[in-house]
Design a protein around this ligand. Structure first.
Ligand SMILES: NC(=O)c1ccc[n+]([C@@H]2O[C@H](COP(=O)([O-])OP(=O)(O)OC[C@H]3O[C@@H](n4cnc5c(N)ncnc54)[C@H](O)[C@@H]3O)[C@@H](O)[C@H]2O)c1
Ligand SMILES: [Zn+2]
Ligand SMILES: [Zn+2]
Length: 352
């Protein structure tokens, strides 16, 4: 089969590799019908994620059709159309039993690490994929949900909702600010209304992305490069700051923006993956009763979000901006890596 193989920082190619085989009785093999590229794949290609070894097939988002099942698999069959979650779940360990799949203790990849596809085992940017612990790690897709909509449930939708909205404890009537309106920030904007957010302020440097954010549910937007960005945000509250500030960039400056704009008693939910330490002005924050949360997505809300997508309650279709076939994988990377120029949100890569 063909797959997108990482060959060390800055190097990748779409090349012939061996077909994946069932290795454990709980595995299935999936023919990849649709996949996409995540900002994390670009981080890997920059060399920011050294745990990814050269030779690894990248990608952790996919929708596909099961072509083979392991002997222990009883609830899935050949021909089932499924969403492959970006997080593994053995379903048996103490973390899986509490829904903390991101720390699944199953041996695949590494015990205690839920994100394994395109990281510690071969990923989804390929014609075929081996899925370990399949019965707990894939979700059957109801008729009427397109591949392009369903693939948003592999990673970005649960990430924005679980780590941003639920981590930030958004409640009815809240003013929520989301810093960074890439696919993950937009997913947080799209799902903030599920918890009753009254105002949702989209904050980004990129005017196109701020404009897009309104289609996903933002009520206001602020340019983070404006010298008076903070005054603009405060003017959209009762003057005391936002109830919840969600960080969806992953740099010290945007984390700091969140701690500056949150009101006393409010929540800062960090979703961004950071490459270096942030400054935490605890000497000022403690007296404001600020809560700070962070984490790797568990994907425990995937089924619930899939129900909403099936009923067309979330505008996920707006996320798909560019379309490619699998053999155009290198072009898809090129378009996605120049998102500010190409205005790409998610690139949809399909079998045919
Ligand atoms: N916690 C998790 O489980 C998890 C899962 C997936 C992704 N992530 C992380 O979430 C973050 C967002 O992912 P994405 O795919 O949407 O990324 P992205 O790169 O597509 O979007 C980031 C956005 O931030 C904006 N930005 C950059 N600097 C800014 C600044 N100073 N002020 C305001 N906006 C600024 C960019 O213009 C862009 O629109 C990344 O760090 C990613 O690694 C976390
Ligand atoms: Zn991702
Ligand atoms: Zn587990």
């Amino acid at each position: 089969m063909k797959a997108l193989v990482y060959h060390g920082p800055g190097q990748k190619s779409w090349e012939e590799v061996p077909d994946p085989q069932i290795q454990a009785p709980t595995d299935v093999i999936v023919r990849v019908d649709t996949t996409t590229i995540c900002g994390s794949d670009l981080h890997i290609l920059k060399g920011d994620v050294p745990s990814v070894e050269p030779g690894r097939i990248l990608g952790h988002e996919a929708v596909g059709t099961i072509t083979e099942i392991g002997d222990a698999v009883t609830s899935l069959k050949v021909g089932d159309r499924v969403i492959v979650s970006c997080i593994k779940s053995c379903g048996k360990c103490s973390f899986c039993k509490t829904g903390l799949y991101s720390h699944c203790l199953g041996d695949e990849g590494a015990s205690g690490m839920g994100w394994i596809f395109g990281h510690l085992i071969d990923g989804t940017q390929a014609e075929y994929l081996r899925v370990p612990y399949a019965e707990n790690s894939v979700y059957k897709i109801p008729a009427g949900v397109s591949d392009a909509d369903a693939v948003m449930l592999s990673d970005i939708l649960p990430t924005g909702f679980e780590i941003g909205v639920l981590g930030g404890r958004v409640k009815p009537g809240d003013v929520v600010a989301v810093v960074g309106t890439g696919p993950v920030g937009l997913a947080a904007i799209m799902t903030a209304g599920l918890q009753g957010a009254a105002r949702v302020i989209a904050i980004d440097l990129d005017a196109n992305r701020r404009a897009q954010a309104h289609k996903f549910g933002a009520t206001h937007d602020v340019d983070s490069s404006a010298p008076d960005w903070k005054e603009q945000v405060f003017a959209l509250t009762d003057g005391l700051g936002v109830d919840v500030a969600i960080e969806a960039v992953g740099i010290p400056a945007t984390f700091s923006m969140c701690t500056q704009m949150v009101r006393p008693g409010g929540n800062v939910a960090n979703v961004g993956v950071h490459g270096k330490p942030v400054e935490l002005p605890i000497q000022d924050l403690w007296i404001h009763n600020i809560n700070i949360s962070m984490g790797l997505v568990c994907t425990r809300t995937t089924s619930m979000l899939l129900n909403l997508v099936a009923e067309k309650k979330l505008p996920v279709d707006l996320m798909a901006t560019h379309h490619f076939t699998l053999d155009q994988m290198m072009d898809a990377y090129d378009t996605f890596s120049r998102a500010a120029e190409t205005k790409a949100l998610k690139v949809i890569i399909t079998r045919d």
